[in-house]
Write a protein that binds this ligand. Structure first.
Ligand code: 5AD
Ligand code: FES
Length: 356
């Protein structure tokens, strides 16, 4: 026990631990150790980021995807799925509705869908920016440097793309026909272009070890992510991974807490997947280091078609409902809703230096 407390202190003071030390923290099994870990993460969050929880409204605008990730419900190989695309003006209007509901940020997410050309995507971004003082996060997958550059010029502020796992062999098995190197290159390019960068990984993938999770945490640090999305893998019945066991909530929360200790200024969402494996999962995450929630603002008719994993929460809800629901969720975790765009403090510092 004593050594566990010392390790927690070391994490807080040094913001650096070796792989072995992270493994030791992740191996906490006793209730008391786990409680101390979550409490330390909550305290570090409070000291660095206050009590504020920032909201981002997410619009899932297309479930077409050219990739075939083994775990994902909208992979191109899933022939059972009805596919949809929102029209560009419908996407803009949905973003403006999110603004009206009081969201300071919208996240535009889709499968990797080339139907939306650069012209169309830039038109969408510009038109949202023209009308509303919204931060725009894009989550469109892998693109070329030129494309990322054009989207940034059009007004996009942030980009979200998880590396999913830092284990290159596992990455290769889960993502047929694509390269780990290219994903890394995309992430570094996004950073260089001045995007606020969100990335992250899945916990509980088949074949993933605790040492892999320690590697994932170290990679997040190496990428100096402004936001870290961490969620449990949930097996989808219409994918090759059907029947595999799903990620365990306590392991997700342990990972999340350690990320908070080592990266005190990084935004960490209480992910929808965490809310799916446990109905108070998001509240628990908010008490273990998370400081962001991303409620769904996708029009209700499309929601059931964007199930990256089964049992996803909020499928039957409308955007207004989720808006009210998260307010209660934040309160029940003893937090308050954030004001402003909720950029990570370290991104603000970087932006001040790069764009004086
Ligand atoms: N279980 C949990 N999360 C998933 N994602 C995709 N499929 C699943 C699944 N079966 C996550 C990926 C992706 C994000 C948008 O959703 O990590 O980056
Ligand atoms: Fe959608 Fe609670 S956030 S119902």
């Amino acid at each position: 026990m004593g050594s566990y407390v010392n390790l927690l202190k070391k994490a807080v003071y040094n913001q650096h631990l070796s792989r072995e030390e992270i493994i030791r923290l992740l191996s906490a099994a006793g209730e008391e150790e786990i409680r101390m870990l979550y409490a330390a993460a909550d305290e570090v969050t409070r000291v660095h980021l206050g009590n504020e929880v920032h909201l981002r409204g997410i619009i899932e605008f297309s479930n077409h995807c050219k990739r075939n990730c083994l775990y994902c419900g909208i992979r191109r190989g899933n022939k059972k799925l009805t596919r949809y695309r929102m029209e560009p003006d419908e996407i803009v209007n949905t973003a403006l509705y999110a603004f009206k509901l009081g969201y300071p940020t919208v996240v535009l997410q889709s499968g990797e869908d080339d139907w939306y050309s650069m012209e169309i995507m830039c038109w969408i971004v510009k038109n949202i920016k023209k009308t509303a003082n919204l931060a725009i996060t894009l989550s469109l997958g892998e693109k070329s440097s030129q494309e990322y550059h054009r989207l940034k010029q059009a007004g996009a502020d942030r980009y979200l793309m998880r590396f999913e796992t830092s284990n290159q062999k596992l990455y290769g098995q889960l993502h047929p026909g694509v390269s780990y190197e290219n994903r890394m290159q995309c992430l570094f390019t996004l950073r260089e272009l001045g995007y606020e960068l969100g990335t992250g990984f899945l916990v509980g993938l088949p074949g993933q070890t605790i040492a892999d999770l320690a590697g994932d945490i170290l990679l997040l640090q190496k990428l100096d992510a402004d936001m870290a999305g961490i969620g449990p893998f949930i097996a989808h019945p219409d994918t090759p991974l059907k029947g595999c066991g799903s990620g365990n909530l306590d392991m997700v929360l342990k990972v999340l807490s350690i990320v908070r200790l080592l990266m005190p200024q990084t935004n960490i969402p209480a992910t929808t997947a965490v809310g799916t494996v446990d109905n108070i999962g998001r509240q628990r995450a908010l008490k273990a280091g998370a400081n962001v929630i991303m409620p769904n603002v996708t029009p209700q008719k499309y929601r059931e078609l964007y199930q990256l994993y089964p049992g996803k929460i909020c499928i039957d809800e409308r955007p207004e409902h989720c808006r009210i629901c998260v307010e209660g969720l934040i309160m029940s975790a003893g937090k308050i809703r954030g004001s402003g765009f909720g950029s990570s403090p370290k991104w603000k510092e970087r932006a001040a230096v790069i764009q004086p």
